[in-house]
Write a protein that binds this ligand. Structure first.
Ligand SMILES: C[S@@+](CC[C@H](N)C(=O)[O-])C[C@H]1O[C@@H](n2cnc3c(N)ncnc32)[C@H](O)[C@@H]1O
Length: 271
């Protein structure tokens, strides 16, 4: 197969930047080449130029989505960054909301959304929040969203879930489903998923009381990060909580967020 040339690499990276904000510098060329070349060979295509024409064209047959999946990582697991869930629990113990709307804004396979659902279901059962709560998970990748809706996970992804919660909210597979866990309907009914590109205008979604935007800003350059954070904060109610990954550094945005913990912020009242 022909090597990835600089002009084709530039066309590929421009397409990814313009459509989903993915920032791929020259240093990522070997990585892009190796991730896409296996796919190109599997499709029996001649090389990167033909592949670019396919994913940029109107009849891509879902291949553009496949390219996104190959160039981003969907890594996630239940109760990632446990301190964020503890903070939500403390906050809700104080505010005792009657209703609550949560958004997992780059949900990947749904682990973050269902972790939050486990926490909220427990709090509701203890009478610490009202019964009117819902969670929305969105992502750019339709593959992860399909899987999130099915809510079936390898056991290892639930390694941070307590045995009590596993018993209350999960069904263990047996036979050919051994090693898999399914989230029970009583949680699935509270969680919905939909496709949303964070790099395009967002309308009619919020307001939410809690928003997770964790481990997705890493894909974006500085101007895109600011635009995405501002856009997402537009869906958070004043006083609401906003979370990013603790390794993601400062949040570049036009709102003066109050820091409440590592990667955890409050949108000030009156904004
Ligand atoms: C590493 S996962 C983060 C999952 C979860 N939030 C967590 O912290 O465990 C990043 C997700 O961001 C999604 N993503 C990348 N670019 C996106 C965009 N422009 N709009 C929406 N989602 C995007 C990817 O598809 C991927 O599922």
């Amino acid at each position: 197969m022909q090597a990835l040339t600089d002009p084709t690499y530039r066309k590929l990276t421009t397409l990814m930047y313009d459509t989903i904000g993915l920032s791929l510098g020259d240093s990522k060329k070997p990585l892009v080449s190796s991730r896409l070349s296996q796919r190109i060979q599997r499709l029996g295509m001649d090389g990167f130029e033909d592949y670019f024409a396919l994913i940029a064209g109107p009849a891509d047959g879902g291949e553009f989505q496949m390219a996104i999946d190959l160039l981003t990582t969907n890594e996630t697991y239940f109760f990632r960054e446990p301190a964020h869930y503890q903070l939500i629990e403390q906050e809700l113990a104080r505010s005792k909301p009657r209703s609550l709307a949560v958004w997992s804004a780059a949900s990947s396979f749904g682990d973050e959304a269902y972790s939050t659902a486990m926490l909220l279901a427990d709090l509701q059962q203890q009478g610490r929040i009202g019964p009117d709560w819902r969670i929305l998970g969105t992502d750019i990748s339709d593959r992860v969203l399909r899987s999130a809706g099915e809510a079936v996970y390898p056991e290892d992804r639930l390694r941070n879930v307590s045995p009590e919660r596993l018993k209350r909210y999960c069904l263990r597979g047996d036979g050919s489903a051994e090693g898999l866990v399914q989230i029970q309907d009583k949680l699935r009914d509270r969680v919905s998923f939909g496709q949303l590109n964070l790099c395009q205008p967002i309308e009619g979604l919020g307001p939410f009381d809690i928003v997770f935007l964790r481990n997705v800003l890493i894909y974006f350059d500085a101007p895109t990060k600011s635009a995405v954070v501002d856009r997402v904060l537009g869906q958070l109610r004043p006083g609401g909580l906003f979370f990013i990954g603790t390794a993601e550094g400062r949040v570049p945005c036009s709102v003066a967020l109050q820091t409440v913990g590592p990667g955890a912020f409050r949108k000030p009242l009156g904004t």
